[in-house]
Unconditional design. Sequence first.
Lengths: 144, 146
Amino acid sequence: MKKALVAVDLSEISRKTAVFAFNHAKDLGVDQLDFIHVLEFRDQMVPRMKEYAREFDENKIKEDILALIREALEESSTPSLAHNLIMKTGSPYQEIVRKAEEDNYELIFIGHRGMSDIEEFLLGSVAAKVVRHAPCDVLVHRPK
Amino acid sequence: MKKALVAIDQSDISKSLISYSFRYAKQIGIDHLDFIHVMTYKDMTVPGYVDYSAHLDEEKVRQELEKIVLEGKADSGIDSVPHELIMTGGTPYAEIVETAEKNKYELILIGHRGLSNLERFFIGSVAAKVVRYAPCDVLVHRPREE
């Protein structure tokens, strides 16, 4: 069975990337989408960085991500497709790459930019880091 | 019409990418593939860096790439996707991004060279730079190591 990994956070680009993944999975012969969300904790405060507070509610975030996935499936042209959500904690690109190394994924779908715009502008995006280190194909989605 | 831009050189990964691009185009409904090759001129010598000498024969490079494209197409078994080869000179990532900006491409396909950790740390990959600046989707192809 062919699987793809879809990296998501709560950004609009992630929602569009999820729609894109649902739309194209079948064309690419992918039977299952594993969505992955990585919870990240930081000390430093970067202006405009939408980060989780130390006392965040993990269940709430998981529910929000599940809602985003559900909306994306409805918005897509695919009636149904096997999928599930994997929640991880740590550095987003490292956890995404680690998951891809552990399992045999055809492809990783990721949005070109996530929630922390400014930081990504300065340091390079999670997508660019995933591209450098991923063991498989990576599709970086940039909605028009 | 949906078009994709495929960045190639003469590496083994590009050969895999070409064949993959034809199959991908067919699967996803891309009507035309433009292959792009950027000739770079550099003085410095980086180990493992395949580059052209100052007096390269552009026509010869073009012929070799056309041959690689046709081989990749034959390997893919997809005969129904029209394609062209664009030759240009300069900095690879900048030329690729600029071409993508001037034309309306659905997608850029590019190979991942699989650099060593050291090379990755110092120079970064063309693919990562294309991802950063591209105006459209980018598919970075990295065949699994057997």
